[in-house]
Design a protein around this ligand. Structure first.
Ligand code: FES
Length: 576
């Protein structure tokens, strides 16, 4: 007995031969759509975060055109729509503040419009997660096409990496090793083409997550933005989404618990950004999949670093692509993955990399001879972070994996910038830099300032890393022995708020410990004093106010509390 197919969602708007159908069709015909565009063809939304204010996503207009070709060719109707674009390098106070706003916009745009499936076009750090969070709460068939990374940066005859080398050059200038003129000259060489940061920063990490979770075609993550293969991927994705709409392959059928476990293991193998921890927790919250922060540590503990890319290693995304791309990494990692996990192509994940080959073992290592046996995400516990904190050990200094030192406390990022280079700052090589007020509520938006600059006087003595602790995030392109995402944050009354200059702090990475070595009685006195001087809320209107009142802490993914879960794709009422 043949199973009857469900009518397409769009047919409720475009099918009826009545006043409402007239209204829905007639205005669309003003764009030149023929009558047969409304005769039961899948309508595909193309959610585009193109913007000149998001230079990383500036190639997405071109990509959208190639998705449209594929959609038309497969018998669908493509309709492109814009979504708020989040330029990581341009937005203040931080693009992360607006990830959830993008997610709300995407969710309601998809739900309110008569579309049957959606292709998400994003790339720059927060665009991919914001779009996917929104799409997850509607749960239509969904496919991701990424911007793709820039070509490698070039400066003085060598490759330089987005972000990673900015931090290095900046510290070299402060240490007197690089002139300001040379520093300025590196600017033009770093960003040579459209595309996302070509280090394994947050954008490349999230693109790899999309591919590893089965939501994008093979090589979507690594193909350079300017390579013709990017257009082919877009074209094929256009064809595929029409098929997915016809077969009702919803996002929730792809994003299973296995997809998350695979993603966490891949995150470790690629030395991916700590930001992915927050985004994956937020996705899971939208989909109702139980996922705890501690599982990032457990699932990544036996996964070494296979990909030798900056900031954890040497190479860049272009090199990874030529070495075999993510499929070659997945093939090496296959014994640790659930290869039966579903993908948008309808085949299991294992089939998507079965034919993959590695062409450069310097870039993609083997499990037997990894780039670094230590990788993954360490999830810390202790009285300084009751709900957790994270460290990326592959980007940290082994000499600091276990460290005990006295705190040098900065109450805000402004306080840090004012005093960090003060010759009178009471800081030594053993000190621990502590930064407060940079969590989701405190900044607001949890900026990427956790890799705080080192004091100039220590840089001049040749020091290049120190233990640093904060409730902030860190750019995926950054490195150092940096404890991030301390939860609860200082602004929410977490113990981080109670740390004072000179307090002793114990960090034991291998034991996952972070302790403030101050007597409980003294901490209780400080907590009472903190409650009494607690400042009044800084924001009384608009999105900032909504965000600060409702944002969840880092260990829960920083979504807004009322956005977790899903509302589905059904809209009962007509507009006229
Ligand atoms: Fe956009 Fe790095 S700043 S991807």
């Amino acid at each position: 007995m043949s199973k009857e197919k469900k009518p397409l969602r769009s047919s409720r708007s475009y099918g009826p031969k009545d006043k409402d159908g007239f209204i829905h069709r007639s205005w669309m015909k003003s764009q030149g759509l023929p009558q047969d565009a409304f005769d039961g063809r899948p309508v595909i939304g193309i959610c585009n975060t193109w913007s000149e204010l998001t230079p990383c996503n500036a190639g997405l207009r071109d990509v959208a055109d190639y998705v449209k070709r594929g959609v038309w060719e497969a018998g669908g109707v493509p309709l492109e729509f814009p979504a708020m674009s989040l330029g990581e390098t341009q937005m203040r106070p931080t693009a992360m503040l607006f990830r959830n706003l993008l997610a709300m916009e995407v969710e309601e745009s998809i739900r309110a419009n008569p579309i049957d499936a959606v292709v998400l076009l994003g790339g720059c750090d927060k665009t991919t997660p914001g779009q996917l969070m929104g799409a997850a709460s509607v749960d239509l068939p969904t496919l991701v096409v990424s911007t793709g990374p820039m070509l490698n940066g070039k400066f003085r005859g060598r490759d330089i990496g987005s972000g990673t080398d900015v931090w290095k050059f900046s510290e070299d200038v402060r240490a007197g090793k690089l002139s300001l003129n040379e520093f300025m000259a590196a600017e033009s060489g770093m960003s040579r083409t459209p595309g996302t940061c070509m280090t394994m920063g947050s954008a490349s990490t999230m693109a790899c997550m999309m591919e590893a979770m089965g939501l994008a075609l093979p090589f979507n993550a690594t193909t350079p933005a300017v390579d013709a293969q990017r257009r082919r991927i877009a074209h094929e994705s256009g064809r595929l989404i029409v098929q997915m709409a016809r077969n009702d392959v919803r996002l929730s059928k792809i994003l299973t618990r296995s997809a998350f476990e695979n993603a966490i293991r891949v995150l470790s193998a690629i030395g991916g950004s700590t930001n992915a921890v927050i985004h994956l927790l937020a996705f899971a919250g939208r989909l109702g999949i139980p996922l705890e922060l501690a599982e990032f540590d457990r699932l990544s503990a036996d996964v070494p670093l296979l990909v030798d890319l900056q900031p954890s290693g040497r190479f860049l995304m272009e090199d990874l692509h030529y070495a075999g791309g993510l499929p070659a990494v997945l093939k090496e990692l296959a014994p640790l993955l659930d290869v039966t996990a579903p993908t948008v192509r309808g085949e299991p994940l294992g089939a998507s990399f079965a034919a993959a080959e590695c062409y450069n073992r310097d870039v993609i290592r083997t499990i037997a001879e990894p780039a670094n046996p230590v990788s993954g995400i360490w999830v810390l516990k202790g009285n300084l972070c009751p709900n957790g904190a994270v460290v990326k050990p592959s980007a940290a200094s082994p000499s600091l994996f276990s460290h005990r030192g006295r705190a040098v406390v900065f109450e805000s990022i402004e306080d840090l910038r004012t005093r960090i280079d003060d010759p009178g700052l009471n800081v030594t090589e053993q000190s621990v830099l502590v930064l407060k007020g940079c969590g989701p509520k405190g900044y607001p938006g949890m900026p990427e300032v956790g890799n705080m600059p080192l004091p100039r006087k220590l840089l001049e003595r040749g020091m290049r890393d120190m233990l640093r602790i904060s409730d902030a995030r860190m750019s995926g392109t950054a490195f150092g022995t940096v404890v991030l995402h301390v939860a609860p944050e200082a602004e929410a009354g977490g113990p981080l708020a109670l740390v004072q200059d000179g307090d002793e702090i114990l960090f034991d990475g291998p034991k996952r410990q972070l302790e403030l070595l101050v007597a409980p009685e003294e901490l209780a006195v400080r907590a009472e004093a903190w409650r009494k001087r607690r400042p009044v809320p800084k924001y009384s209107r608009g999105y900032y106010s909504l965000y600060v009142q409702h944002v969840l802490q880092a260990d829960k993914g920083c979504d807004l509390d009322f956005l977790t879960g899903a509302s589905g794709s059904t809209v009962e009422r007509e507009s006229h």
